[in-house]
Design a protein around this ligand. Structure first.
Ligand code: FES
Length: 151
């Protein structure tokens, strides 16, 4: 029998289990409801090549910003960020950040960056800060105003 002055020590996990939470719902509580916020860099799978090609016609309004150094386009449907870099020509990288796998890679001030936690990557996709692994890069070829990215 417990003395009234004794405080039963219980950890957070046991407390949540006593509330009836288990498995995925327990993980959701730990992770602040969204499971993606619990990913760590080691569990983020790098993009793999599919051989699919995606074209960007810079003669059209949608992609004309790629004609200017520093201009970039995010193709969410294909998880690509393509940029006109000042020192490396056209570079296409995955939209998936290597830090925690969020789809928040953009291009600004001569580098790729992720808006989730501020990871930065150089114009070859190499990690500069926050993340330790490089972004997957894709082959880009140009014919006239049309850029073709092989993903
Ligand atoms: S997911 Fe953390 S910086 Fe991109």
């Amino acid at each position: 029998m417990q003395n009234e002055n004794q405080v039963e020590k219980i950890n957070r996990h046991d407390f949540l289990k006593k509330l009836g939470l288990s498995g995925a719902s327990l993980m959701a509580v730990y992770c602040g409801v969204t499971m993606t916020s619990c990913k760590n860099e080691e569990s983020t799978t790098p993009a793999t090549s599919t051989g699919k090609t995606v074209t960007f016609d810079m003669g059209t309004t949608a992609y004309a910003k790629l004609l200017t150094k520093g201009g970039y386009h995010v193709d969410s449907a294909n998880s690509i960020v393509i940029a006109n870099t000042s020192d490396n020509g056209y570079v296409a990288v995955t939209l998936v950040c290597t830090h925690e796998g969020q789809l928040k890679v953009q291009y600004a001030t001569n580098k790729f960056m992720c808006t989730a936690h501020g990871a930065t990557f150089d114009n070859k996709g190499n990690a500069l800060s926050v993340a330790s692994r490089a972004l997957t890069t894709y082959k880009v070829s140009q014919t006239g105003n049309v850029l073709t990215v092989t993903i």
